[in-house]
Design a protein around this ligand. Sequence first.
Ligand code: NAD
Length: 443
Amino acid sequence: MDVTIFGTGYVGLVTGTCLAEVGNRVLCIDIDPDKIELLNNGGVPIYEPGLEEMIHANRAAGRLRFSTDAKAGVEHGLFQFIAVGTPPDEDGSADLQYVLAVARTIAEHMNEYRILVDKSTVPVGTADRVAATVREVLERRGQKIEFDVVSNPEFLKEGAAIEDFMRPDRIIVGTDNPRTAELLRALYAPFNRNHQRFFVMDVRSAELTKYAANAMLATKISFMNELSNIAEAVGADIEKVRIGIGSDPRIGYQFIYPGCGYGGSCFPKDVRALERTANALGYTAELLQAVEAVNLRQKRVLFQKIRDYFGGDLAGRTIALWGLAFKPNTDDMREASSRVLMECLWEAGARVQAYDPVAIKEAQRIYGERADLQFARDALSVLDRADALVLVTEWSEFRSPDFTAIRARLRHPVIFDGRNILDGDQARAAGLTYISIGRTPLI
Ligand code: NAD
């Protein structure tokens, strides 16, 4: 089938590449000429395991192309995927300007039936706005052309995006047109050999499903973080509590890890946007407000522990960070906990030395040159002349470190583990003070 994707970010690029992988002819459109030039020269603007190889193979096979030519994009695909950003507006609600701009572009150039498939995360009611926008432009053009607007939210996880797209837990399609539903069922058939994972529903329910999923996951994290602070206060160990509650199948072990807060381009903005949607309709979403408030507080917990350890004064200290990305296997630093920590440290007069397997370039892009931020080539050299080590992102390569080597390099023998992945006993045996989340405070 012929497919056009608007937006070549994490979602658009993965969607386009995976649809090409199963044999479709895919044209990806972006308004960023640098991104398109990079892709056309064999580069990949983001880090995502397996993506680069798959892009190269499908470009070589002629099934995957990149362009800034929106008109050619509209002419190419029966399916017109919208996968552009929906960043938070000033008040936290989703900013739909990019989605509606794509809708206008499609309407401007379409000459025959098109299916607009909304993959961006958008508030309930957006499909109606997209349809109204298309109708308006078509009327102005004096054209009567049929089209459909479908909600098809994306559930991929950065860092495992290819795997998630190729073997999805579910494919949600929101439409009340059975013919369109069947066309999408055919497009997704290669990813859905078990058809129980393809769910057709009304558009609004599909739109809300995406927010419900992210809000639920964010709630699990904030719940555990709230518990971790209570555990510290009462002298319990949150890791034992986690194992204790996870064994109940109604609770389960997944996604109940305490830590230094959630970040990324989805959870923070989607929780906020859902809360604002409810608020605009006169409903106060108290649980969602609390989920966000707990997370904002949790992102400062590491800083408070470091400050307390150094007697309240961090001026002139150098703190080494392991991990900058908001989670492992991605270079994405949007709303990352590392950013809150670094900004708190700088404000307190400390310097940061950071190491991340893939996100250093992104950190350089965000912060530019500054005297109080240095980067290191590897996990050990980042410790040289540092007063303390803080683990912020749970990359696999940090899981089993040489504690003796760490001890030898640090000026102060202390590790702060923001994800509770290190073995505290081993760290202590090497002469280090080990401070983590939700266990008996050491000071
Ligand atoms: P992104 O910021 O990485 O990419 C968006 C891309 O759209 C950019 O390359 C931008 O240049 C391009 N763009 C903007 N306007 C355009 C236009 N008019 N025509 C063509 N291209 C245009 O965003 P993302 O992370 O891929 O997220 C996209 C959407 O998917 C968001 O709504 C997000 O909430 C949702 N989502 C993201 C994830 C994720 O893990 N990143 C997962 C599920 C859903």
